[in-house]
Design a binder for this molecule. Structure first.
Ligand code: ADP
Ligand code: MG
Length: 238
């Protein structure tokens, strides 16, 4: 049984059907990339998994259990957005620690968790800085740290690199890949960038207009595109 199973998922906003029956699954420790042009429904799909949007039809199961009716805070899912809102007057350590403090995690345990995450993300030397003293890439790393420290069942990323310049985007891509390999966490990652999709994914879903055009491994999609849209979008050889 797959760790994440999305079946017959539909999402309507009023009379507009934005997701038109999505079927996807992902094994534990897998890295699923949702790729497709702007407006095709990637963020909406991610938001339904996170519980930020309700679903109209269908189901989402994690670890064998439907999460469709669970409050977002009960889903054990962490999400990293494109605009990473850090608390400006807290240090990096404070930002990473805040959620744990709210949950009443004791200070020794918090510090241990911060150290572990800082090591994975190589931000140990930044722990006492304020967000204003960080570069864009460093801030994004802290935002990831804040999500990672929760040790979530599922990690969701919505275009986390699209605000960064080209060079940093490549560095962070490598970082995210390393993070995935080091932690074995299960990830669903949204991007409109084909190279990001090809380099990060264990599975890719190519989306268009609220539908999945093709779902497969990067090699399957690149070498055997299901249709012209997928071939064009993924830059497959003609
Ligand atoms: P993507 O992330 O792939 O760019 P989105 O999931 O953000 O696409 O949006 C998909 C479509 O759904 C867009 O046409 C968008 O305008 C529409 N949409 C998103 N959220 C809402 C909403 N709350 N109400 C109505 N339409 C929405
Ligand atoms: Mg989006």
């Amino acid at each position: 049984m797959a760790f994440l199973e999305i079946s017959g998922l539909k999402k309507r906003f009023g009379s507009l059907e934005i997701l038109k029956g999505i079927d996807l699954d992902l094994e534990k420790g897998g890295f699923l990339v949702l790729v497709g042009p702007s407006g095709c429904g990637k963020s909406t799909l991610l938001n339904t998994i996170a519980g930020l949007e309700s679903i109209t039809e269908g189901d989402i199961r994690v670890d064998g259990r439907s999460i469709a009716d669970l409050h977002p805070s009960k889903r054990d899912i962490a999400m990293v957005f494109q605009s990473y809102a850090l608390y400006p007057n807290m240090t990096v350590a404070g930002n990473i620690s805040f959620g744990m403090e709210m949950r009443g995690v004791p200070v020794e345990e918090r510090n241990k968790a911060i150290d572990k995450v800082a090591k994975v993300l190589q931000i140990g030397h930044l722990l006492n800085r304020k967000p204003s003293q960080l570069s864009g890439g460093q801030r994004q790393r802290v935002a990831m740290g804040r999500a990672l420290v929760r040790d979530p069942k599922l990690f969701l990323f919505d275009e986390p690199l699209s605000n960064l310049d080209a060079k940093l985007r490549v560095d962070m891509r490598i970082e995210i890949k390393r993070l995935h390999q080091a932690t074995g966490t299960t990830i669903v990652y949204v991007t409109h960038d084909q190279i990001e999709a090809m380099t990060l994914a264990t599975k890719i879903a190519v989306m268009r207009d609220g539908e999945v055009q093709q779902f497969g491994t990067p090699a399957e999609i690149y070498n055997n595109p299901a249709n012209m849209f997928v071939a064009d979008f993924m830059g497959s050889p003609a």
